[in-house]
Design a protein around this ligand. Structure first.
Ligand code: NAI
Length: 439
């Protein structure tokens, strides 16, 4: 089976590469010539553990190729995955311009039956819009070729994307016709493990499943963040509460970690888009609206703690920040809490010296307008002469730092930990003033 992947970002590149790894021939298209040029030279434009080697291996084996040539890519695959971005519009709804442009390109160039797969996260009803866009461009050419449109949302996590794709918990496929259903089943056959992973359903349910899953995860995070804030006032320890809650199998341990709020390319925009979809259909998702509000507040939680300690005016203060990416093992800075935290500290006159093991380059690009923000080349250098350390992303390398060295580098032994990385009692024993979340 030959496969085209349209859009070579996080999702497209992982999808294309993992499909090639199982033996398929895959052509990846992107409109960004820079990305394609990096890929053609054997590099990858993003940080994702294990991906670069896998890309190289499959390119060398002749199973994976990259192009900016739309006609060539459409001709290549009998299955065409659309994995382009769906950023939020002004009102929070998903902007479908890239998805529909990709659909029209397929309609413009196809010469035989295609299965067109919406891999991007798209609102319910998008498959119908894609169908209409393809049909319209075919009609402009005076063609009446057959095609199917399938919804196959992606559940991979950045940082663990390869494993998630190669060994999926489930593969959701929304499909309304037998021919496409059979092809999609065949396509995903190499990813079945000891039991059936494919969940076939109607297209609209598949589209909604992706938003529902992300909204649920975001809800758990905001819920825990609010509980953590309450625990602080009550003198309870949210980490103990988390363990007590998680041991109930109906609740489970996943996604119960309080912190500095969720970020990334998915949760914020998907929560917004689902709220907007509901609005357009005469519903109000009150819980999700609150989830978003709580998250906006939580991003400033560490700053609130800093202000409680230093007062409202931070001029003349310097803060070290460990972690910039929205989570570990990625260089993704989209909606990262670090951006809000650094901007607020800067607005109040502080200097911020940040360190991140992989996201610094990306951070320089997106945070360049924050005055007083600079980037350190290693984690200890960031601490020098700082009034306090703020921990914003829970990279593994921050788990067991040399606390004596930390103490010596800082002006005073003061840590604001937005990720609850250390035992408060131990930190106190080591002579630190230690402020965490919910404990
Ligand atoms: P991205 O922004 O990293 O990549 C999108 C790529 O599409 C860009 O390289 C862009 O140049 C390209 N593109 C745009 N229009 C194009 C066109 N007409 N033809 C060819 N290429 C085109 O986006 P990312 O993060 O990969 O997300 C893609 C979709 O997958 C979004 O809907 C997102 O919500 C969803 N998703 C993302 C996940 C993630 O962890 N990043 C996880 C699951 C779903």
């Amino acid at each position: 089976m030959k496969i085209t992947v349209i859009g070579t970002g996080y999702v497209g590149l992982v999808t294309g590469t993992c499909l090639a790894e199982t033996g398929y021939h895959v052509c990846c298209l992107d409109v960004d010539p820079n990305k394609i040029s990096i890929l053609k030279q054997g590099g990858i434009p993003i940080f994702e553990p294990g991906l670069e080697d896998m890309v190289r291996r499959n390119v060398a084996a002749g199973r994976l190729s990259f192009t900016t040539d739309i006609a060539e890519s459409v001709a290549f695959g009998e299955v065409q995955f659309i994995a382009v971005g769906t950023p939020p519009d002004e009102d929070g709804s998903a902007d479908l311009q890239y998805v529909l442009a990709a659909a029209r390109n397929i309609g413009r160039h196809m010469t035989d039956y295609k299965v067109i797969v919406d891999k991007s996260t798209v609102p319910v009803g998008t498959a119908d819009l894609v169908k209409a866009a393809v049909a319209e461009t075919l009609a402009e050419r005076g063609e009446a070729l057959e095609f199917s449109v399938v919804s196959n949302p992606e559940f991979l996590k950045e940082g663990a994307a390869i494993d998630d794709f190669m060994r999926p918990d489930r593969v959701v496929i929304g499909v309304d016709d037998e021919r496409a259903a059979a092809m999609m089943r065949r396509l995903y056959a190499p990813f079945q493990r000891n039991h059936e992973r494919v969940l076939l359903m109607d297209v609209r349910s598949a589209e909604l499943t992706k938003y529902a899953a992300n909204a649920m995860l975001a809800t758990r995070i905001s819920f825990m963040n609010e509980l953590a804030n309450l625990a602080e006032s009550l003198g309870a320890d949210i980490e103990q509460v988390r363990l007590g809650m998680g041991s109930d199998p109906r609740i489970g341990y996943h996604f119960l970690y309080p912190g500095v709020g969720y970020g990334g390319s998915c949760f914020p925009k998907d929560v917004k888009a689902l709220v907007q979809t509901a609005k357009e259909n005469g519903h109000e998702l009150r819980v999700l609206t609150a989830v978003e509000e709580a998250n906006d507040c939580q991003k400033l939680r560490l700053v609130d703690k800093v202000l409680a300690r230093f007062g409202q005016d931070l001029s003349g203060r310097r803060f070290a920040m460990w972690g910039l990416a929205f989570k570990p093992n990625t260089d993704d800075m989209r909606e990262a809490p670090s951006r809000v935290i650094a901007a607020e500290l800067s607005r109040r006159g502080a200097e911020v010296v940040a360190f991140d093991p992989v996201a610094t380059h990306e951070a320089q690009r997106v945070m360049g307008d924050i005055s007083g923000l600079s980037f350190a080349g290693d984690m200890m250098a960031a601490l020098r002469q700082a009034d306090a350390l703020l921990i914003v992303t829970e990279w593994k390398m921050f788990r067991a730092p040399d606390l004596n060295a930390v103490k010596q580098a800082l002006k005073q032994p003061l840590v604001f930990d937005g990720r609850n990385m250390y035992d408060p009692a131990w930190m106190r024993e080591q002579g630190f003033d230690y402020f965490a979340i919910g404990r």
